[in-house]
Design a protein around this ligand. Sequence first.
Ligand code: IMP
Ligand code: MG
Length: 186
Amino acid sequence: MALANDFAATLVEKDRIAQRVHELGVQIAKDLQRSIAATPPGQEPHIVIIAVMTGAMVFVADLIREMPIKLRIELVAVSSYPGTSVESKGVKMKSALPDNLAGSHVLLIDDILDSGQTLHTLIDLIHAAKPATLRTCVLLRKPGKAKLPVNPEYVGFDIPDEFVVGYGLDYDGLYRNHPAIAILRR
Ligand code: IMP
Ligand code: MG
């Protein structure tokens, strides 16, 4: 079954995503390198990427290949839109936070910032683990939707308040493999 019939419109084309992911990777790598350079002598600097599953998997896979620096990748599984819901229903942690974050330079990556519940919850938990620095990156943000104060250092695209799929984002588990960001036909 073809995917295209299920979309009302394409919001961000494949090439524009690739260009923006490249820009983000260059910027983030530069910023992380600056943090590493400021590590006090005698301490071993570590960069840890925490990718929020499952939505961020495509974005993270592309972004890390634009970042020519030494880093580790960890995953956290969170669900906030169970099944066919298109409204945030609160955050459920489905895995433990990675350990040994103390003293690390952490980059938290998610697909989209909507109500802010997911990132707000994760940022609180990660802060409690005492990283040296914590930065947040999202591919997409729906401005004005956040009910909680979350201000990612890196944002790929601000988008209108539409339910979008593709490039990792899903509806009921589907459409993650679509290479562009599309608005779902309702
Ligand atoms: P928040 O917790 O409300 O900020 O929602 C963030 C999570 O909800 C993201 O990690 C996505 O998995 C999901 N989400 C929010 N908006 C959309 C959308 O338009 N399409 C698909 N998933 C979305
Ligand atoms: Mg998600």
